[in-house]
Design a protein around this ligand. Structure first.
Ligand code: ZN
Length: 119
């Protein structure tokens, strides 16, 4: 079994396993203060960028830190997310769509509206 070391907690783990200390952070209450959210965002984005938790869990956490939906490819450019939070911008969904156009100028975008069925 291949192993890795969580660069933040210096714990050796099997590649298939999440770091328990990182999971503790990801499952904790999201800080209210912008400075604390920024610090945590940097924690997840800083080098070396080794995924120590499930990507879905990370994306969900980043959305909570940002206070908006985050497109998964935005994680490829964390400096933009950090800048957005640092400057306390609230970008709207049009701006997120613009980012997608920047990443994939020839992509066809199909809006998909998912309604929850609460019955
Ligand atoms: Zn860790």
């Amino acid at each position: 079994m291949e192993k890795y070391i969580c660069p933040r907690h210096d714990i050796e783990l099997l590649k298939k396993d999440a770091c328990p200390k990182c999971l503790e952070i990801i499952n904790s209450v999201v800080p209210d203060a912008q400075a604390d959210r920024l610090e945590e965002l940097k924690f997840w984005c800083e080098e070396p960028r080794i995924l120590t938790v499930n990507i879905g869990n990370l994306l969900e956490r980043v959305e909570k830190l940002m206070g908006r939906p985050v497109w998964d490819l935005e994680l490829a450019h964390p400096e933009d997310l950090i800048h957005e939070l640092e400057t306390n911008q609230k970008i709207n969904f049009d701006r997120v769509l613009d980012k997608i156009k920047d990443f994939a100028p020839n992509a066809t975008m199909i809006p998909l509206i998912v309604e929850e069925n609460n019955e």
